[in-house]
Ligand binder design. Sequence first.
Ligand SMILES: [Zn+2]
Length: 152
Amino acid sequence: MPEQQGLTAKDMELVKAFATAFAESTTKDKITPEIIAAIVKESNKPYVDPDFQAREKREREKSRRDFHEAQRVTALQQKNCAHQHKDGQNALNLSHNFPDGQPRGICPLCFLFIQPTHWEYLAPDPVTGAERPQLVPEHPLYHLVRAKEVMS
Ligand SMILES: [Zn+2]
């Protein structure tokens, strides 16, 4: 019969030797259901490709570097912008659609957002869950918004 299945006598000896060794090991090492459960749990874990993880990490770090570089460039542009047109006129656009009724200024040249003194709500306190309002002082250039508001 084994010859019909393609197994040679040598294969059959190996199978018998393996079965004997396995039977001895299970009785000797006492493989418990807990050990089998741990083996099954371990074998069901998804495969994690280390190359994929390394690439993800590199791309995350590059995205973070690019984001910080863009922030730095934007801050530099806003610092060096006069917020004026070439003819010297105040370039700010005003926005009045805020619930406190105070105007905001947006520079179309550098996208600086200039706000008055206003409230901001931080994330709730992690222990008490209480709201944490914070009074934010007005932007140092808010006088430009006031000047534009007077002109318009
Ligand atoms: Zn500007």
